[in-house]
Design a protein around this ligand. Structure first.
Ligand code: C2E
Ligand code: MG
Ligand code: MG
Length: 638
């Protein structure tokens, strides 16, 4: 029965009016004197029945009103539900046997199926075939246990296109807690998924070749190491670098360079198993990660050697780049792994080192990383860390090796660095200077040497006997190339108030690699601007021609000790020494021979016209107090 609120009030007013009317008639009749008792009792009964009727009416009406209110509330809710049902989210309701009962418009829009087409069918008609049994098993498990499943899934629309959806499926229960229906609500997640995939691709794949990038390779490598630890199978990392790729890029241009890289990527991918990772680290560097090679090291090495050779041949096959045919070859470094004792970064470093060995061996070659080399690398890393603390820990000191003139008078010394390691003992500069140079620690060390030498010169300047001594220090190329090197020297000279001519900087030919113009300008600033002396150390060991070196404003040339050592036995070395001395005379330079160990060497050097000498024949490098004692003893023997 449908009745709105207005009608209900009308009914109530009408009923009340009838009742009041009847009551008034009763009262009027009661007041008539001629009324007989029969009529009177009839009136009383009527009045009573009317009263009962009113009571019943009120009772019935109240209940009726309540049920009317309930119905209208339910109607309101239904309206709400049907509005909600037609929201953006697709909704599908099934019975307990998963037969579709109802779907909304959004469902029709996303899936392409009309309601008529799906009613009574199983939702499996939407299946994309992209999920395995386990996926659905887990879904039903969640629904049966928790009454709800949420997740992402791929479905297929009526037009055959696969789309991603974010879905929530809930079980609807009755009063007895029995599932009576399932309601699935979902939204189309395809655009989001595509964007997500694109972000992933950009973050983990190389844009040019589509290969995994360094980041993804490192991820996969770390998984591979753990998996090797579990499976006890060897794996390998193959590092490839294209030989002379830069030349191709420079001659044909980047367009062709890119074409070549894409082709290399294709060839590498085609040469390994689907499960192997081929990655591009950047530039012309590629890495192949091979897993599960063999349980036996020899067997694994044999397999990886075969694969590396196959890759080398494939990459070395000529490339057709549009109208050009180009040749390229790779240098290949291989590093085996077993378990996860070695870190991902170290493995990559070792494969890289092996690749450099292949390059040094003449390119287009394969080299395996040698564990012995690994040991060296590790010792080196430790040494670098120790050297860092050596500078502050006062483990460094300068030793002084005397330099003499033709009359055998001390004219100065070369300051040579010494490292007294707390556990290793004495470490030779031959072993640590290179490490310092590669790690830029040489800059701190160089500053320390310069300052210590200047302080020493300041002390010598106070005494008549030592005032004239020239102290030579070795300057590494890296230190010399610092933009503020000249200012640095000027500051130290000034701060210690020393005679700049007493400070001699020994440079090697490698400084000239910094560009002739810049080097000459710097040297002139040092020589004329500050007034320090410049000596060319280890002369004869480099590649520079004498005429090239003439352009560099050195005061002195220092003949390398290897020539001095062999000049008595090797005629060409003797000739070389003679030529160097003659040349310095012609150029108006001074000359000093280092590594003089015997009287015969000294005699020949004298004969050739050498002006000054340094070597074990006179003294080994000494700590400062011993060196000063040596000076006094020389003075006494005069
Ligand atoms: P260098 O500058 O050529 O130094 C000469 C080296 O020859 C020194 O080796 C010295 O001890 C050694 N020597 C001197 N006379 C003789 C001799 O008669 N026979 C033989 N066999 N050797 C002799 P040391 O002190 O081991 O230094 C080696 C190298 O380390 C130096 O070669 C220099 O390149 C580098 N070095 C040493 N101190 C420093 C420094 O303070 N800074 C920089 N950058 N390098 C340094
Ligand atoms: Mg030297
Ligand atoms: Mg030298």
């Amino acid at each position: 029965m449908r009745m709105n609120k207005q009608n209900q009030y009308l009914w109530l007013v009408l009923t009340c009016c009838i009742f009041v009317g009847e009551l008034l008639i009763m009262l009027m009749l009661h007041n008539l004197p001629t009324l007989n008792p029969w009529v009177e009792s009839l009136l009383d009964a009527t009045l009573l029945s009317l009263f009962v009727a009113v009571l019943m009416y009120v009772f019935v009406f109240r209940n009726m009103k309540k049920s009317i209110e309930d119905i209208s509330k339910a109607e309101e809710e239904l309206r709400l539900v049907s509005v909600a049902f037609e929201m953006q989210e697709a909704i599908m309701i099934t019975d307990v046997n998963a037969n579709i009962l109802r779907v909304n418009k959004a469902f029709e829009k996303i899936t392409g199926y009309t309601e008529q087409e799906v009613i009574g069918k199983n939702p499996r008609i939407l299946s994309s075939g992209m999920h395995d049994r386990d996926f659905y098993r887990k879904m039903w498990n969640d629904l049966l246990h928790d009454g709800i499943w949420k997740g992402e899934m791929w479905d297929r629309g009526k037009n055959g296109e696969i789309y991603s959806k974010l879905a929530t499926i809930s079980a609807v229960k009755n009063d007895k807690n029995e599932t009576v229906q399932y309601v699935a609500a979902f939204t189309d997640n395809t655009a989001h998924k595509k964007a997500e995939n694109e972000i992933y691709r950009l973050a983990f794949y190389d844009a040019l070749t589509g290969l995994p990038n360094r980041r993804l390779l490192l991820d996969r490598l770390s998984v591979a190491l753990s998996s090797s630890a579990r499976s006890q199978l060897y794996g390998a990392l193959i590092f490839l670098d294209l030989d002379n790729f830069k030349t191709l890029n420079d001659t044909l241009g980047h367009y062709y360079g890119d074409m070549l890289l894409v082709e290399v990527a294709k060839r590498l991918k085609a040469s390994v198993r689907e499960m192997d990772t081929v990655a591009r680290l950047g530039g012309d560097e590629f890495v192949v990660l091979l897993e599960d090679l063999a349980a036996n090291q020899q067997e694994a090495t044999r397999k990886v050697a075969q694969i590396a050779e196959k890759l080398r041949i494939k990459i070395a096959t000529p490339y057709q780049l549009n109208e050009n045919i180009r040749h390229s070859s790779p240098s290949i470094g291989v590093c085996m792994f077993y378990g996860n004792q070695v870190s991902v970064d170290d493995l990559l470093k070792y494969a890289d080192m092996a690749m450099y060995q292949a390059k040094n061996a003449g390119r287009n070659r394969i080299r395996f990383f040698d564990p012995h080399m690994q040991q060296l690398v590790e010792t080196r890393a430790l040494m670098e860390a120790d050297l860092r603390s050596a500078i502050n820990g006062q483990q460094l000191s300068l030793y002084y090796q005397v330099q003499l003139d033709q009359t055998m008078q001390p004219i100065g010394a070369e300051a040579l660095l010494r490292w007294q390691h707390p556990t290793r003992g004495f470490v030779s500069p031959v072993d640590f200077i290179q490490i310092a140079e590669e790690s830029s620690l040489i800059l701190d060390i160089g500053d320390w040497v310069l300052e210590t030498a200047c302080q020493q010169l300041a002390r010598w300047s106070q005494f008549e006997k030592t005032r004239h001594l020239v102290l030579a220090i070795n300057i590494s190329a890296q230190q010399f190339m610092q933009t503020d090197f000249v200012e640095h020297v000027a500051t130290s000279v000034k701060a210690n108030q020393i005679n700049p001519a007493c400070l001699k900087l020994e440079l090697t030919e490698s400084v000239a690699l910094g560009g002739l113009d810049i080097v000459v300008t710097k040297m002139l600033a040092l020589k004329h601007g500050i007034g320090v002396t410049l000596s060319l150390d280890d002369f004869g060991t480099g590649y520079s021609s004498l005429s090239y070196l003439k352009k560099l404003p050195f005061n002195q040339i220092k003949i390398d000790r290897s020539f001095v050592r062999d000049m008595l036995t090797d005629a060409s070395d003797a000739m070389m020494v003679k030529n160097i001395i003659d040349m310095t005379h012609n150029f108006g330079m001074q000359v000093i021979a280092e590594g003089v160990e015997t009287e015969q060497q000294l005699a020949l050097l004298r004969e050739y016209g050498c002006m000054s000498y340094q070597g074990y024949l006179f003294s080994k490098p000494l700590p400062i107090n011993e060196f000063e004692l040596l000076l006094t003893s020389v003075a006494k023997t005069e």
